[in-house]
Design a protein around this ligand. Structure first.
Ligand code: ADP
Ligand code: MG
Length: 334
């Protein structure tokens, strides 16, 4: 059973129309409608030590990332961050850890005008003498004018596929720390920043209102996350491998590593989105306004397949799947 089969089988149920839930399970954010001019976007993400971050990760990095991944889901919905709730299960009350964690968390929150509005604090049990695991859950709340939220549905055949920033460095950092790739200390540190300190593309998401037809944040790998857009939009896609943006650091690695990191790596928290070709210059302007690079990497098709083509236009063999918490591809999911 995959993570998504599990959700579908045990939790995803039809929602009767007319209630406050305008969009429920299946997108980056739920959209709630209280009758005002704006809809409320809500998302929640949990980080577990040993699963989403290394147990000895710097507390400031954990604090930053715990909120960043939630802001990234608000960005994908083109919602403006407003407030968040913080639930902590801590092995102990370590003052130095809490200071660094809270400072980084609240610094990112202040940067986005997102106010901590509540939460819950508990201690984890210490089974067999080992306390933990440290678990952090954040629920973030944003606002978007009625009907202006971006969702995973809405991509249409002929739309361009765009990506913000660069993909793959976060996964490259994991490969390096697992010893599968050798990097110089400074290169490893540069990749590590992308893994530990993702930048949620909030300004870009807001600038894409009215331009993009569908949007998702790349948390589990491009193939899988673009695949969610294709599922919800009932469409196919062609990606041009050569032009998918990646760092210089990644572009000098062997092809197999590049393919794995760019297509299946995840954790970059970039946005991938679709828009008709008529919006190309408007999207480039949106990228400039948001100080975020945007690159056109392919097109939506009326098929149902996701094809990655090489420079000669030949389909590539890309046996990559998205990260699945219950699948066999069970690396440490940062
Ligand atoms: P994201 O990574 O962008 O937060 P996911 O791909 O993890 O989203 O989740 C897919 C959808 O399933 C989301 O709409 C999420 O809210 C929903 N979901 C995940 N777990 C559960 C659960 N246990 N119960 C209900 N909905 C869930
Ligand atoms: Mg998401």
């Amino acid at each position: 059973m995959t993570e998504f089969e599990l959700i579908a089988r045990f939790f995803d149920r039809p929602i009767a129309p007319g209630g406050i839930v305008a969009r429920g399970i299946g997108d980056d954010c739920a959209l709630l409608d209280f009758g005002g001019p704006n809809q409320v976007a809500v998302t929640t993400d949990m980080l577990v030590a040993g699963r989403h971050f290394f147990a000895d990760a710097a507390p400031a990095d954990i604090g930053h990332k715990a909120l960043a991944v939630n802001l990234s889901d608000l960005a994908a919905a083109a919602a403006e961050p407003r407030c968040f709730f913080l639930a902590l299960a801590l092995p102990s009350a370590d003052e130095a850890w809490l200071l660094a964690f809270s400072q980084a968390l609240l610094a990112l929150a202040a940067e986005h005008g997102c106010v901590l509005a509540g939460g819950d604090t508990t201690r984890t049990p210490d089974a067999a003498g080992t306390a933990g695991p440290l678990t952090i859950n954040i629920t973030a709340v944003g606002e978007v004018p009625h009907g202006r939220a971006l969702t995973r549905a809405g991509a249409r055949a002929g739309d361009d596929i765009w990506i913000s920033g660069q993909l793959g460095d976060a996964a490259l950092a994991l490969e390096a720390s697992a010893g599968r790739v050798r990097l110089t200390a400074s290169d490893a540190a540069a990749a590590r920043v992308r893994l530990d300190r993702p930048t949620p593309r909030v300004a870009l998401g807001l600038a894409l209102r009215g331009l993009a037809t569908a949007c998702i944040d790349v948390s589990d790998g491009l193939i899988g996350d673009l695949g969610h857009i294709l599922d919800r939009s009932k469409a196919g896609a062609v990606l041009e491998w050569a032009i998918i943006p990646r760092s210089h650091l990644l572009s000098v690695q062997e092809q197999k590593i590049q393919l794995g990191c760019v297509l299946a790596g995840g954790d970059d928290y970039e946005l991938t989105f679709t828009a008709p070709p008529s919006q190309r210059s408007a999207i480039e302007a949106a990228g400039r306004a948001a100080r975020t690079s945007v690159t056109r990497v392919g097109a939506i098709t009326d098929g149902r397949d996701l094809i990655v083509r090489d420079e000669a236009g030949r389909p590539m063999d890309t046996p990559f799947k998205a990260y699945d918490h219950f699948g066999s591809y069970d690396q440490l999911k940062p």
